[in-house]
Design a protein around this ligand. Structure first.
Ligand SMILES: [Zn+2]
Length: 106
């Protein structure tokens, strides 16, 4: 099985992650692909995303077989680019050091 299609993500099933194939439904596949935001890239039938890109409420709960299954309308929303965005701090206030001696001489 190939690794995760998300940019900057190298998770794979062999690393113990749950991998999810892109939906067969063209519209839903398009939504997933738009979330991945990889320029010039299109998902294939073998493209997968790992579990970390899905919010906890994307998953079905209380499965009797204990398997992790996505809800039919689940959309991956957690990607590294969104993490970078939220981590960004507002620009620091620049402290201008006016030389006080200059003011004295004017
Ligand atoms: Zn991933």
């Amino acid at each position: 099985m190939p690794g995760c299609s998300a940019f900057g993500c190298s998770n794979s099933a062999s690393k113990g992650y749950v991998m999810k194939v892109f939906p067969r439904d063209p519209n839903r596949r398009k939504i997933w692909a738009s979330k991945v935001k990889r320029v010039g890239w299109k998902p294939t039938n073998y493209s997968v995303l790992c579990e970390v890109h899905f919010e906890p409420d994307c998953w079905e709960i209380n499965r009797v077989d204990g398997k992790r299954k996505l809800k039919v309308d689940a959309v991956p929303t957690i990607f590294s680019y969104s993490k970078i965005k939220s981590k960004r701090k507002p620009p620091a206030v620049r402290i201008v050091n006016e030389p006080s001696s200059l003011q004295d001489t004017v």
